[in-house]
Write a new protein. Sequence first.
Length: 116
Amino acid sequence: QVQLTESGGGWVQPGGSLGLSCVASGGALSFKAMGWHRQAPGKAREEVAIRTGLGITRYADSVKGRFTISKDAVRRVVHLQMDSLEPEDTAVYYCYYKDWDETIRWGQGTQVTVSA
């Protein structure tokens, strides 16, 4: 059984930076996809950044050029570096994990708040 442990997040002023990390433990040693979704108050959950097990990355249009997803070379750990943060980035960020059998798992969520 895969378990996800998130860290990072918090509060930052507009234009600032924050980082998120997600560690996957248990289960198979590789994944089909891993990354981050977010959900702002009153809005649906949306994909932010994903890295596939083959190393392909994709980003939401709203974060392209500002957010960078990366993975540790060996461990199932993904990082999300968030730069030039905007108030619209305020949301609960959820680690996302998809196994090769298409099973999806979610982290517990971590709050990111961008405000003056």
